[in-house]
Design a protein around this ligand. Structure first.
Ligand code: BGP
Length: 466
């Protein structure tokens, strides 16, 4: 079988987030976030009625988990600071929350692991949600202050920062598709949320630059944004309307964020189409200048599946929202049937080539990629370890396409697998297992390496993918 070699300075690591792992939801002065509140109010919304409270018990087990990462040869991992843990209800530093993150970062440094810090992973503090959440510009300002406090507190420990993970997800899942609390179907409100998150990203980036100028950050500090950049594809023989659907899908999911982080602008053609459909952005005077603050030092690309679309079969949905694209199932699609997501490793190459062509100079890394399997664990070896050859195949195929993109000039610098250790995943809780390391819920969250971990260790050591 052909094998691929990744560059020597290509880095391997893993991604996770605070709310999905830490647990200790009421310990150390932590406030409730929306996941805790929704768990309290509607536990039936969560798979097997498992709410946010314990995560994967990381706060209790972090030393052992960091040992696992170091033993695999990883050199970095990403997690998120929880806004609801770092600040109190007055927006001031919560010393106990800060102490936890200092402890974590020091323990990682002791093991030669660089921590990439993300500031927001779908986890709005509840009291701010009650004040309007991302629909409120006051909350946007509160986020910028939170970012400023985090930069000041950890600026000399952390090199690599991100303002947001997947900023398209909350407007979609909370305000449009009705999947997450408050389960709305309102395009116009989702557009406000999307726009305000964009402004929040720009203001946090400005605070970062100010902290840099004041000497509060490490000299090599860098700021970025992470999004799920899924290339948009349509039918093999598309109509004009199908191509239009691709333009809007790509415009809203990809170009919107790429334009902000590269040029400090929003894509004019997307705004024009939105306006033609009666959808206006909640612009305020001075916002064009704020958007100009958006460019970052580099980018994280989460890639799980391609986005396949076709012309919508009606201009509006049953709630009266405008429709720009419908999902399209490619007849040749290979599916991860348990998660319902298409497996299309070439998409990662196409994203790299798009960046090279349309956004030259923008460096990125793959900030999440992984395969979640429902009901994993039925197949085990004699030693009790989960046999997960499909995980090896999935990661190998994606890494091979990354290697090819790099060979052809894509500026991809590294790879973080989601998630090294099984974790709690929002309303899906522990339904889809992603880890190279199993978390056994029947044994008090005990960790056990799956068979694929042996393969990962070898790839990380050799940079050879086979
Ligand atoms: C990404 C999120 C992660 C994680 C992952 C898997 O979009 O950034 O937080 O949840 O998806 O999601 P799921 O468990 O629903 O398959």
């Amino acid at each position: 079988m052909r094998h691929y070699t990744l560059p020597e300075d290509f880095f391997f690591g893993a991604a996770m987030s605070g709310p999905q792992t830490e647990g200790a939801w009421r310990i150390g002065g932590k406030l409730e976030n929306m996941w805790d509140t929704w768990s309290n109010e509607s536990i039936d919304a969560f798979h097997n009625r498992v709410g946010s409270y314990v995560g994967n018990d990381f706060m209790a087990r972090y030393r052992g988990d960091l040992d696992i990462m170091a033993d695999l040869g990883l050199t970095s991992f990403r997690t998120s600071i929880q806004w609801s843990r770092l600040l109190d209800a007055n927006g001031e530093l919560n010393p106990q929350g800060a102490a936890w993150y200092h402890r974590l970062f020091a323990a990682a440094a002791d093991r030669g692991l660089e921590v990439f810090v993300n500031l927001y992973h779908f986890d709005m503090p509840t009291y701010l949600f009650r004040r309007g959440g991302w629909e409120s510009r006051e909350v946007v300002e509160a986020y910028a202050r939170y970012a400023q406090i985090a930069f000041r507190e950890f600026g000399d420990e952390i090199r690599t920062w991100f303002t947001f993970n997947e900023p398209i997800v909350e407007p979609e899942q909370r305000y449009m598709t009705g999947v997450w609390y408050p389960q709305l179907h309102d395009f116009s409100r989702s557009l406000t949320v999307r726009y305000n998150i964009s402004i929040a990203h720009c203001l946090a980036t400005e605070r970062f630059r100010q902290a840099q100028a004041k000497g509060e950050m490490r000299d090599d500090a860098r700021i970025g944004l992470i999004n799920c950049f899924s290339p948009s594809y349509t039918k093999d023989d598309p109509s004009e309307a199908d191509l239009e659907a691709v333009r809007m899908n790509d415009g809203l999911n990809n170009r919107w964020w790429l334009d902000i982080v590269r040029d400090g602008t929003l894509p004019a053609d997307v705004i024009e189409t939105l306006e033609q459909r009666g959808q206006r952005l909640p612009h305020r005077p001075g916002d064009a200048q704020i958007l100009q603050l958006g460019p970052v030092d580099w980018l994280g690309c989460n890639y799980y599946q391609p986005s396949r679309v076709q012309a919508p079969d009606a201009p509006t949905d049953s709630y009266g929202n405008p429709r720009f694209a419908d999902a399209y199932v490619w007849p040749e699609a290979r599916m991860n049937t348990s998660r319902g997501w298409e497996i299309y490793p070439k998409g990662i190459y196409d994203f790299g080539m798009k960046c090279k062509r349309d956004y030259p100079g923008l460096e990125f890394f793959i900030s999440e990629n992984g395969i979640g399997i429902e009901g994993e664990g039925r197949e085990r070896g004699g030693d009790g370890r989960i046999e997960d050859s499909y995980r090896v195949e999935f990661v190998r195929d994606h890494l091979a396409w990354i290697a090819r993109a790099i060979d052809e000039g894509a500026a991809c610098r590294g790879y973080h697998y989601w998630a090294l250790i099984d974790n709690w995943s929002w309303a899906n809780a522990f339904k889809n297992r992603y880890g190279f390391i199993e978390v056994d819920l029947t044994q008090g969250y005990a960790r056990r390496a799956k068979r694929s971990a042996d393969w990962l260790k070898e790839v990380v050591a050799t940079h050879i993918v086979r």
